[in-house]
Structure formats: structure tokens, C-alpha cells
Design a protein around this ligand. Structure first.
Ligand SMILES: Nc1nc2c(ncn2[C@@H]2O[C@H](COP(=O)(O)OP(=O)(O)OP(=O)(O)O)[C@@H](O)[C@H]2O)c(=O)[nH]1
Ligand SMILES: [Mg+2]
Length: 368
């Protein structure tokens, strides 16, 4: 098992969901004082959304991660107005946000062909600059892969997250009996009879210490941050990562997952969440489910097996606890309706809040 995870960690290194690049616009061309000639502007650098490109491919193809546009052409006797320098296009995947290094958003690439200018070329030299050209803008930018789903699956490895996604949706993630089968996020769509669709992100399993980058680490907690609600998935029989690590019951798994979220960002623990108790087809599952439910009623009483620093400050409040078996299909339809209900409830609440705000604004415009 341990060996397996090592191999997987190495493989995991292949998935890149953000990239830092250096970009520089072209320098302007020289003007010509004698004849009043204007140098060409430097070329600009663009990020362009393109099909079949991954951040990993950009990283491999351009290991220096530097992109510079061409210089503007100097003014000459044959062409008093110099030509503009060649633009540089960086082909990037659809679904990324382009930001400056300090997080200011420069633009989103949501559809193929969308483009964002990231570094402007310097103006060519001319009358107003004593014929001296300027340098192009130069900066570091970040490309950040967005993964926006309504729901994020949160669980230890092997809990059956991918099996659940397969049972509920059209997605076909890899499923296997070893830990860390899922190495990168995958989105599945839940379809409802009235054509409503809900997207669910299958995320790699978290382990104790995820917040300090153990296992898949921070990388994926960031995606949890972006989903509207959370779907905790636990194995009713508990979990053990390797023979040397401690066995954790379903209840402890819930506590540890909560702690990992809390340590990463405390607000995550307040997100609306459902708890899915999987593998109900296994022997003694029913008894274990009852035990878990009891423990969840009084979490403080049952946390004694966990080290103090792994007991969450605040417990997750689950809107529902839904027992299922991803293998036999037991409970899947019920879960789908619980998910729908939970998201619909929130949507109604936020519409009401917006209406209330507008009403307030109409009544007391001065308070705005
Ligand atoms: N008995 C039983 N086994 C299940 C059930 N759901 C999943 N499994 C098995 O549990 C193992 C792990 O399932 P996955 O769906 O890959 O688990 P995961 O949570 O996605 O795991 P990682 O991707 O490693 O985080 C596989 O061997 C599945 O066949 C279930 O309802 N009952
Ligand atoms: Mg998986």
C-alpha cells in the first residue's frame, strides 16, 4: 500500500493546475528625428484559450516559462512609420483565470478563442518622446485552472467517492481498491427528470495532514473552497491508509476531515454539507451506521481516540446523513434528491435575500 502511494504521488506530480509565467511586451522601434519618423509599437503578449492544451503541456514545452513579444520596427527612410512588433500568443486551456502575481484578475478564459492581453508592447519613438522608444510591460502572471462545481466530494482515500460519482452521474472516473486512485479532479453531472443538472467534483482523497501538504495537500482543498456545498463520503467500516498508520472509524474520519478543512480555512467548516455513509452492503454495516449516528449527536464525547490537535474546534453540521452503497445502488436515488433539495433550498434563500436587499434599497435609498 505504502509503495503504491509513492508511485501515485510521483504520477500525481504530472497534474498541473496553476502556472506562473514571465511575460514581456516588445520594445518599441526607434523614431527618426530627422524626418519625423515614428517607430513601430512593440508587440503585445496574449493568453488565448485553445482546445486540447493543458497547463502541463505549456510547462513542458516552455520550461523557462518566459514569453516575449517582438520589438517594433525602427522608422527608416523606406518606411517612416515602423511596423508593429509581432504579438506573442500563449495558448492555454479553456477554463482558466489569468491573474497578476498578487492576485488581481486580468481576465477569464471561459470559451475557446477568448483572449486576454497580459503585457502591452512599448510605444515606438516619435515626436512626443524625443523619438526614443519605450520598453514593453514586463511582469509575472498566473494561470489558474478553475474547477467550479456545485458540490465537492470530500473523503479519505478508498471511501468510494469515484464509485459514488459513477453511480450517480455520467462520469467514468477510475476506481480501484488502493488509496489515491483519483489523482486529479473530475466533474460529473447529475441529471434530473426536469433537466436540471448539478455538477459534482470528484477530488483526490484527503489524509491526515492534508493542510500541511501531506498527500494531495492544499492543491485540492482549494477546489473544495469553490464549490457551493460539500458531500462528505465515509466508509461505514472505517479506513486505514497503511498497516503502520492508525485505523480510523467512520466517526473519526468525519472528525479528521473536518479538522483538515478547518486547518486549511475555517470558513469551510460552515459550508452546507451532506454526509454520505458508503459501503452499506458490507457485513455489520447497519450497526456501525447506528453507532456513527449516535456519535455524531454528541461528537465531543467520542473524540478521545484522536490526538488533541486533531479535534476540530467546530463540528460540521450535516443537513442529512444518507446511507448508500455505491456498488449495489442502494440509497443513490434518495441521495440525488437530498442533494437537489439542499441546493434548491440555498438557491431560494439567496433569491429571497436579494429581494430583501432590493426592497430595502427602494425604501431607504439613502442607506445605500
Ligand atoms: N463493498 C463496497 N465496496 C465499495 C463501495 N464503493 C466503493 N467500493 C470499493 O472501494 C474501493 C475504492 O473505491 P473508489 O471509488 O476508487 O474510492 P475513492 O474514494 O474514489 O478513492 P481515492 O480515489 O483513492 O480517493 C474500490 O475497490 C471500490 O470497488 C460500496 O458501496 N461497497
Ligand atoms: Mg477516487
Amino acid at each position: 500500500m505504502v509503495q503504491f502511494s509513492r508511485i501515485c504521488f510521483r504520477k500525481f506530480g504530472n497534474f498541473v493546475d496553476n502556472l506562473r509565467l514571465y511575460v514581456r511586451g516588445g520594445t518599441g522601434g526607434m523614431g527618426m528625428p530627422r524626418l519625423g519618423g515614428q517607430g513601430g509599437n512593440g508587440g503585445d503578449v496574449w493568453v488565448v484559450a485553445t482546445k486540447n492544451v493543458t497547463l502541463k503541456r505549456i510547462k513542458d514545452k516552455y520550461p523557462l516559462k518566459r514569453f516575449a513579444a517582438g520589438a517594433g520596427v525602427n522608422s527608416s527612410i523606406r518606411a517612416l512609420k515602423g511596423e508593429k512588433g509581432k504579438d506573442q500568443e500563449i495558448f492555454a486551456p479553456v477554463g482558466i483565470t489569468v491573474t497578476t502575481e498578487d492576485g488581481r484578475i486580468l481576465g477569464d478564459l471561459n470559451a475557446e478563442g477568448d483572449r486576454v492581453m497580459v503585457a502591452k508592447g512599448g510605444p515606438g519613438g516619435g515626436l512626443y518622446s524625443a523619438f526614443e522608444p519605450s520598453k514593453g510591460q514586463a511582469k509575472h502572471i498566473r494561470l489558474d485552472l478553475k474547477l467550479i462545481a456545485d458540490l465537492g466530494l470530500v473523503g479519505f482515500p478508498n471511501a468510494g467517492k469515484s464509485s459514488l460519482l459513477t453511480a450517480m452521474s455520467n462520469a467514468t472516473p477510475q476506481i480501484a481498491s488502493y488509496a489515491f486512485t483519483t489523482l486529479k479532479p473530475e466533474i460529473g453531472k447529475l441529471m434530473y427528470k426536469d433537466h436540471k443538472q448539478i455538477s459534482v467534483a470528484d477530488l483526490p482523497g484527503l489524509i491526515e495532514g492534508a493542510h500541511i501538504n501531506k498527500g494531495m495537500g492544499h492543491k485540492f482543498l482549494k477546489h473544495v473552497e469553490r464549490t457551493k456545498q460539500l458531500l462528505f463520503v465515509v466508509d461505514v467500516c472505517g479506513f486505514q491508509l497503511a498497516s503502520k498508520t492508525q485505523f480510523r472509524s467512520a466517526f473519526e474520519a468525519v472528525q479528521l476531515l473536518t479538522k483538515e478543512l478547518e486547518l486549511y480555512k475555517e470558513e469551510l467548516v460552515s459550508k452546507p454539507a451532506l454526509l454520505v455513509v458508503n459501503k452499506m452492503d458490507l457485513p455489520e454495516a447497519e450497526d456501525k451506521l447506528q453507532e456513527l449516528k449516535e456519535q455524531l449527536k454528541n461528537p465531543d464525547e467520542f473524540s478521545d481516540l484522536l490526538p488533541d490537535n486533531m479535534i476540530p474546534k467546530k463540528h460540521m453540521t450535516f443537513r442529512q446523513v444518507v446511507p448508500i452503497s455505491a456498488t449495489t445502488g442502494f440509497g443513490i436515488e434518495l441521495l440525488k434528491s437530498c442533494i437537489r433539495e439542499s441546493l434548491d433550498d440555498d438557491a431560494t434563500l439567496s433569491t429571497k435575500a436579494i429581494h430583501r436587499e432590493r426592497l430595502q434599497a427602494l425604501r431607504h435609498p439613502s442607506r445605500l
